[in-house]
Design a protein around this ligand. Structure first.
Ligand code: NAD
Length: 681
């Protein structure tokens, strides 16, 4: 095989004995392959060269030299740096032309996908004549652009619908979800799936045999008729409106509208797509979602100092949290020993592991392997072998002391000790340890499988190495570590406490539960405060309120205690603030007075903002970015606002100072004198 680089920095070109040109991407100075301006510029020259020497080649294969990535998309840093919409549209149009040239090549072009293939990477693959994907674990194909407030712009909205039909194609664009190779094959996004070792051979086969490309079905053609487009478009919008509002997330609506207006057969569909992305790029939603993307990157960078991988975790307590954490870790590939005196709790954890593995891993042998990795261990034999010991037993200091005395005696000298406590102080728990510096808080949220964030809590004595290992572990199990100090409620529960407190206050004042929760959702929260309290469990809320707020929240505690005493603990007992039927809250029809909603929404915002600023003042976390990351990934604060502090910083400073002063019952000057306030502006 001849290798030519012709001075390309990111692409290497190999021509094999079959006259196939292999275009391998390995972007310099980047951990992942992205379609930056420089990469696309080089590709333009390469494609022009291929067009000028067509007789020299029998086919072209796009491949990656950077495992486990094929192409992760356009360069988000470059997208974020856009400040001239016209420049952006010009760049998009140029790239569309480049991809159309690739599509129009008279020789076969194959995308040989191994690893992550997202956004612009998928759009390039869609412009190829054939797509092959490996069934390796990292392989994932998707168009996640809506997550950063735009939709695909390099022809993706047009070609995805041309290839998959509008129902599948639009779903693929609107959901922004990545598909594994088998799912991609099932919907017709890739032509074939194979193990990595067969990928090159399969690409050669496709080039030499040129299998017939499947023609679009007549049904798909009918759906392109303008009258049908209008009808279907209305349906898509209606379905979408259940999930997101146009004012908050305009991008998916724009993708639907573009299709309704021009369909995907005409060439002008590309121009419409480009202009639409140009418009979306300048929306506040897009700027805020880009901020969220970078915040996520910031959390992913925590714990980078070590590449140590935990192999064995021992979990003490197999209740709601311990059982679910055990299941999650087993599915993520760790060996788990799970200790609990209750055999019933252990059995429940095993069956939850099976359910989770079935959902996540799909294939029988992988499911079985995950279940086999979890070992119920009532006597705690795993204590002596584990890399990490995580305590998740009942929230009781005396019990935790007993547990950690045992851990101290039996654990390996280099094991990391962790507690999942929500409200006890690390320094108090660590008082029975001979080396208290080995104890860290690893605070998961409920439900474990759905919450992306985990707080990594530094106790007064916790040493740096322990923090690093704990953060690396959180990343290893595909969660986002948020470093926080040991303060009551840490960051997320502290801020959510403000949301709950305002919800309970409105309830005490006689407001209807449906109105209260509707106001929470108006703010963009996934649930109102009362439905969230029902979800968490009213006993847990009461416990947290007593631990964290003491007598300060007396009226909320009175309401909660009355319900707990009646056995109304929320969703888990089918009764709390709501009654539940088939797991869903039964809501009475309430007339929603928009003025009232606005007032309540503002109170909820102020309740959370007040706590967020206090956390910053008390250095629970050390930056605005970390508060915002915590509130988005841990408390569900709406991503389109870019975080609670970022949102606050876009408001009128004087008004907000006055509102906060009234809220805290202090002077405006006192608000303005706080260090958090000064950081915000
Ligand atoms: P839970 O009551 O559901 O489970 C506690 C488990 O501990 C039970 O299975 C019990 O049998 C077991 N246990 C009791 N004594 C034990 C012992 N000596 N050794 C081992 N296990 C023992 O409680 P949970 O909700 O899972 O909470 C566990 C911890 O996680 C608490 O510290 C809590 O503050 C924290 N937490 C809870 C949530 C939540 O939403 N429930 C969220 C984050 C953190």
């Amino acid at each position: 095989m001849k290798a030519k680089t012709k001075g390309y920095k990111n692409w290497s070109l190999h021509e094999d004995e079959n006259k196939i040109l292999w275009l391998a991407l390995n972007v310099v100075n980047e951990e992942i392959n992205v379609l930056s301006f420089a990469v696309l510029h080089e590709l333009e020259t390469i494609v022009a060269d291929i067009k000028a020497n067509l007789n020299s080649y029998s086919g072209v294969v796009f491949i990656s030299d950077k495992t486990p990535h094929f192409i992760a998309g356009a360069d988000v840093k470059e997208i974020a740096a856009v400040n001239d919409v016209n420049d952006a549209v010009t760049h998009i149009r140029k790239t569309q032309t480049l991809f159309s040239q690739i599509e129009a090549l008279p020789i076969p072009v194959v995308a040989a996908i191994n690893g992550i293939c997202l956004g612009g990477g998928t759009e390039l693959a869609l412009a190829c004549h054939y797509r092959l994907a490996t069934d390796e674990k990292p392989t994932q194909i998707g168009l996640p652009e809506v997550k950063i407030g735009i939709h695909p712009g390099f022809g993706g909205t047009v070609r995805a619908i041309r290839l998959l039909g509008v129902v599948q194609g639009m779903g693929f664009i609107l959901e922004g979800r990545g598909l594994d190779a088998q799912q991609a094959k099932k919907v017709g996004l890739v032509d074939d799936v194979m193990p990595l070792r067969e990928l090159r051979r399969a690409a050669i086969y496709y080039i030499q045999h040129k299998p017939k490309v499947k023609k679009s079905s007549w049904v798909n053609e009918v759906m392109e008729i303008p009258f049908i487009r209008n009808l279907l478009g209305a349906l898509f919008r209606k379905k979408l409106a259940i999930k997101v509002k146009i004012a908050q997330y305009p991008a998916p609506y724009a993708a639907i509208d573009n299709w309704v207006n021009v369909g995907v057969r005409a060439e002008k569909a590309f121009a419409i797509e480009a202009e639409s992305v140009g418009r979306l790029l300048s929306t506040p939603t897009c700027r805020n979602l880009l901020r969220v993307f970078f915040l996520q990157g910031k959390l992913k960078a925590v714990g980078k100092e070590t590449d140590f991988k935990m192999r064995h975790i021992h979990i003490i307590g197999a209740g709601v949290m311990g059982g679910d954490i055990a299941a999650w870790c087993a599915v993520q590939g760790l060996r788990v020993t799970l200790q609990d005196p209750s055999l019933k709790a252990l059995a429940s954890a095993v069956s939850r592991t099976y359910e989770l593995a079935k959902k996540r891993l799909k294939r029988k042998h992988l499911i079985q392997a995950a279940v086999d990795r979890l070992c119920p261990d009532p006597n705690g034999d795993g204590l002596a072998h584990a890399d990490l010991i995580l305590e998740a037993a009942v929230e009781n200091l005396a019990l935790k002391h007993e547990i950690f005395k045992q851990v101290d005696r039996r654990a390996r000298p280099d094991a990391v000790f962790a507690t999942n406590t929500s409200s006890l102080r690390l320094v108090d728990i660590a008082s029975v340890l001979t080396q208290p510096q080995r104890l860290v808080g690893i605070h998961f949220f409920n439900p474990v499988a759905y919450m992306p964030l985990v707080e990594v809590v530094k106790g007064k004595q916790t040493d740096k190495t322990t923090i690093t290992y704990a953060s690396a572990f959180v990343k290893q199990i595909q969660k986002l570590p948020l470093p926080v100090e040991d303060a009551p409620g840490f960051l997320v529960n502290q801020i959510l406490g403000g949301y709950f407190a305002e919800g309970f206050k409105a309830f005490t004042a006689g407001e209807r539960i449906e109105v209260i929760d509707a106001a929470g959702r108006c703010l963009g929260m996934p649930m109102g405060p009362l439905e969230l309290a029902d979800q968490v469990g009213l006993d847990v809320c009461l416990d947290a309120s007593e631990h964290l707020m003491g007598s300060e929240a007396k009226s909320a505690q009175t309401i909660l205690r009355a319900k707990v005493d009646k056995g109304e603990l929320g969703r888990k007992t089918q009764k709390g603030f709501y009654s539940y039927a088939k797991g869903k809250p039964v809501r009475a029809k309430a007339t929603l007075d928009s003025e009232k909603l606005v007032v309540l929404e503002r109170q909820f915002f102020l309740g959370m903002l007040n706590r967020a600023l206090l956390c910053l003042d008390e250095a629970v976390v050390n930056s605005i970015d970390l508060v915002d990351a915590g509130v988005i990934f841990g408390a569900g604060f709406p991503p389109f606002q870019g975080g609670i502090l970022h949102y606050a910083s876009t408001m009128d400073k004087q008004n907000l100072a006055q509102e906060l002063a009234e809220y805290r019952n202090i002077s405006i000057q006192a608000v303005e004198a706080t260090s958090a306030w000064k950081l915000l502006w």
